[in-house]
Design a protein around this ligand. Structure first.
Ligand SMILES: [Zn+2]
Ligand SMILES: [Zn+2]
Length: 444
C-alpha cells in the first residue's frame, strides 16, 4: 500500500503526533528523526488535500479536518480557517494515542538524569527505557492492526532521543556494550533512576603470613550475626585476604559493597608467594571510577602491611572474572614441608621424585572439605616434583601440578583417598606441616 494512504488510514482512526506517525515508517529514509518523517508525511497529505479542496473535491476538506485534529497540523487548521470550514472544538484530541505526548518530556528526563549523575564519575552511559505495560500493548495492537513492517518501537525511539539529549548535556558517549551507568527512564511516569555498573580491578596478591583465610569466613555458631564465641564479630577470623584488599578499594571507589574473585584459593595455613595469585575485585555502584591504581596499590599494601601484598593492578571487566574461574585449573606450584614418622634417606627422596613426576594422581575429595564439596574422584596431573632433605625426619617438596590438586592429601594420603601419595610410596607416615603456593601460572 502507498505510504501516504497508509498514514492517512492511521490518522483517520487515531490521533498521532509527528514522532509516533513517523516511527511507523522509521526504516524509510536515513539520517532523519521520526518527528521529521512524520511531519513530512503530514505535510504532503496536507498539500494533496488542499489541492483537492481547492478544485472542489469534498474529500479534500475531510482529509484536512483529519490532519487538523488527529494529525495536530497547524497548516491544515489554517487552511480550513481560510476556507471558513469550521471544526468543532471538541473534535480536537489532546494527546497522541501512542505516546500521550511524552516525547515532549525527553528534555526534562535528560536534565533529571544529569542531576542524578552528578555524584558519579563516568565516561559513558546508556539509556534504558521503562514503559507501562498498557503503552506497550497499545503499540503492539496498533502495529498489528495497520500491518506496520517498517517501523521502530517506541522504546527504541525514547532511548535514542534521551541518550542523544543527555550526551549533549554531559559530553559523554553512549555505550551500548558495556556502559558504566545505565540511566533508566520512564517517560510516562517522568521518572529517572540509575543502574550503576560495578567497577572491576584485577591484580595479583601475595599472602605473606599463615592463618588468614582468603575470604571472609562467617562464624559457624551465629552465621554472621555475632555471638560470644566469635567475640561479637560474626566472623571466624578477624581478617581475610578479601577484606584486607577490599577496604582501601571501597574507600577509593566510594562504594559500600565489594565482591572478591580469585583464581582458586590457598588454605588458611598456606602462604601465597611468588608473583601472587590472580584476583579481581568488584565494587558495587562506585561513585569514583577514575582511580589512580598506583596510589590504590600503595594504600592496600600499607593497610595490609606484612600480611597481604598486591601488585599489577589493572582496570578489568566482567569477562576477567569469567577468565579467572576458567583458569582455576591451570598450573600451580607449591612448596610443602613434610614431617615423617621415621627417618628418611636420600634414596627415599629420589624415589619420590621419580614416582611423582609426570604422573596422574587419583584423588577422592579430601575428608576435611567434604562438608562443602561433593564427594568425587578427580584426576590431577603432576608435571614435576623435587624434594630436598631438611633434617632426618623433615623434607621440603616442590610440586608443579594441575590446579585443583589437594597437596596436603598428596602427602598424607588421606587414608587412601589420594593415590599415589608420599606416605604410601615410602611406607612412612608423612604429615604436611607448612604449605606455600609459589606460583599460579595464568595469562593475565
Ligand atoms: Zn506520539
Ligand atoms: Zn558468632
Amino acid at each position: 500500500m502507498d505510504i501516504l494512504e497508509k498514514a492517512l488510514r492511521m490518522l483517520e482512526k487515531h490521533p498521532l503526533c509527528d514522532h509516533c506517525l513517523g516511527r511507523q515508517f522509521a526504516l524509510l529514509g536515513h539520517g532523519m528523526g521520526n518527528d521529521d518523517r512524520g511531519k513530512a508525511i503530514k505535510s504532503v497529505l496536507t498539500f494533496q488535500a488542499h489541492e483537492e479542496a481547492l478544485s472542489g473535491g469534498r474529500d479534500g476538506v475531510r482529509v484536512l479536518k483529519v490532519l487538523a485534529t488527529n494529525g495536530f497540523s497547524d497548516t491544515a487548521k489554517q487552511i480550513l480557517a481560510r476556507m471558513k470550514k469550521r471544526v468543532p472544538r471538541k473534535a480536537f484530541p489532546k494527546t497522541c494515542l501512542l505516546c500521550e505526548n511524552k516525547f515532549m518530556v525527553v528534555g526534562d528526563l535528560a536534565k533529571k538524569a544529569l542531576k542524578l549523575l552528578e555524584e558519579y564519575e563516568y565516561s559513558n552511559f546508556l539509556v534504558g527505557v521503562e514503559l507501562p505495560m498498557e503503552a506497550e500493548e497499545r503499540e503492539d495492537e496498533f502495529r498489528a492492526k495497520f500491518e506496520v513492517s517498517q517501523g521502530e518501537s517506541m522504546r527504541n525511539e525514547f532511548g535514542r532521543l534521551t541518550g542523544k539529549r543527555l550526551a549533549e548535556l554531559n559530553g559523554k558517549t553512549v555505550e551500548f556494550k558495556k556502559p558504566e551507568i545505565v540511566v533508566l527512564v520512564d517517560p510516562f511516569a517522568q521518572a529517572v533512576r540509575l543502574a550503576v555498573n560495578p567497577l572491576f580491578v584485577s591484580g595479583r596478591y601475595r599472602k605473606l603470613v599463615r592463618g588468614i583465610p582468603q575470604s571472609k569466613w562467617f562464624c559457624s555458631n551465629c552465621r554472621g550475626k555475632g555471638c560470644e564465641k566469635c567475640n561479637w564479630t560474626g566472623k571466624m577470623y578477624a581478617e581475610s585476604v578479601e577484606e584486607l584488599i577490599e577496604k582501601p578499594f571501597l574507600e577509593a571507589a566510594g562504594s559500600m559493597k565489594a565482591s572478591f574473585h580469585a583464581s582458586g584459593r590457598e588454605d588458611i595455613d598456606a602462604r601465597m608467594l611468588g608473583l601472587g595469585r590472580p584476583f579481581v575485585v568488584e565494587a558495587t555502584a562506585p561513585k569514583k571510577r577514575f582511580l589512580d591504581l598506583g596510589k590504590l596499590e600503595d594504600s592496600v599494601n600499607a593497610h595490609a602491611k606484612g600480611k597481604v601484598e598486591v601488585s599489577r593492578l589493572k582496570f578489568a571487566d566482567k569477562d576477567a572474572v569469567r577468565r579467572l574461574k576458567r583458569g582455576e585449573s591451570t598450573q600451580k606450584e607449591y612448596r610443602v614441608t613434610i614431617e615423617f614418622d621415621d627417618k628418611i634417606t636420600v634414596k627415599d627422596l629420589r624415589l619420590l621424585e621419580e614416582k611423582l613426576t609426570n604422573v596422574m594422581i587419583k584423588q577422592q575429595t579430601p575428608r576435611r572439605v567434604l562438608h562443602r564439596r561433593a564427594d568425587l574422584m578427580r584426576e590431577k596431573y603432576i608435571y614435576d616434583v623435587s624434594v630436598k632433605k631438611l633434617s632426618p625426619r623433615k623434607a621440603e617438596m616442590k610440586v608443579r601440578c594441575q590446579g585443583g590438586l589437594y597437596v596436603k592429601e598428596l602427602v598424607s594420603g588421606d587414608e587412601g583417598r589420594t593415590t599415589p601419595n608420599v606416605s604410601e610410596l615410602l611406607n612412612n607416615k608423612a604429615k604436611p606441616v607448612k604449605l606455600d603456593v609459589l606460583k599460579v601460572i595464568m595469562e593475565d
